[in-house]
Design a protein around this ligand. Sequence first.
Ligand SMILES: C[S@@+](CC[C@H](N)C(=O)[O-])C[C@H]1O[C@@H](n2cnc3c(N)ncnc32)[C@H](O)[C@@H]1O
Length: 298
Amino acid sequence: MSAEPRSPLPPRNAAAVPAPRLAPSRPAVARDDFTDFCDGVRRICGIDLSQYKRAQMERRVRTFVERQGSPDLAEYLRRIQKDKAELGDFLDRVTINVSQLWRNPDQWTRLERTVLPELFEQRRALNAWSAGCSYGAEAYTLAALSRAVAAKVGGAGGGANYRIEITGTDIDRRIVERARKGTFTADDARDAPSALLQRFFEPAGEGTWTARAELRPLVRFEAADLLRIPARKEQYDLVLCRNTVIYFTDDVRDALHAKLVASLRPGGYLVVGSTERVAHTTALGLVPAFPFTYRKEA
Ligand SMILES: C[S@@+](CC[C@H](N)C(=O)[O-])C[C@H]1O[C@@H](n2cnc3c(N)ncnc32)[C@H](O)[C@@H]1O
């Protein structure tokens, strides 16, 4: 994550979640050194660690602080207040940026065979959001697959006139800068189908792959905190939010899902990670369509 200072938090009730009954309530929390530390981090950089599952987050934080040679959380807080590089290292530790091209290949196969052809049939365009995009592997995989599907279903023109726009957002500014480079390691490419990998990415030395020029205009990346940005009302045909909410408390996860659904146009799809599920689907107007894939009712 970036060590850039962020703007002050909006008032706590300002999260623009369209389903108030799903908005996270904040029960009184017993104060201790960890809650004080979370408050301090929020003041320094705007990231609210209290929204993540406490047991996991606390373990990560305490292990890291100890490894950095700090005697306690209060001392470490003073350190990251003064030392931007240390704050950057700390934030890198608390977010988990693991990703890869074609991660969970079954999900991509379903998108390729069913969801993308259907969406292209409706609009000849795709406006998609990779929410929690890390270094861009998900957004670039979607760009490659969308271009391939558009070519298949696009008739004589080969889908060249189909408009494809993919926005990736992540809270971590440094990872967003890396995403903009569009370069991936051999390990990132380990599950990528060879024909599509070679068609849309080119070798860039030492086993790395970089997105070909054809893909680059299709993707853009923004640094944004999913918990603080307002819903992008009915803007997207497809939202991918995979392997990002697993660290959030259940209330925060549910409120975020509501926000993502509000950002989908009716008939659009939400895809979650292969160990995740969306709660309250009926209240959100979602219908399970495929495993880990929901359609917003039209
Ligand atoms: C494990 S990666 C998932 C990447 C990709 N979606 C995938 O499945 O391969 C989770 C990402 O969520 C980002 N993240 C965590 N909290 C976030 C928040 N509040 N807003 C935006 N991104 C967040 C992290 O920085 C990290 O890059």
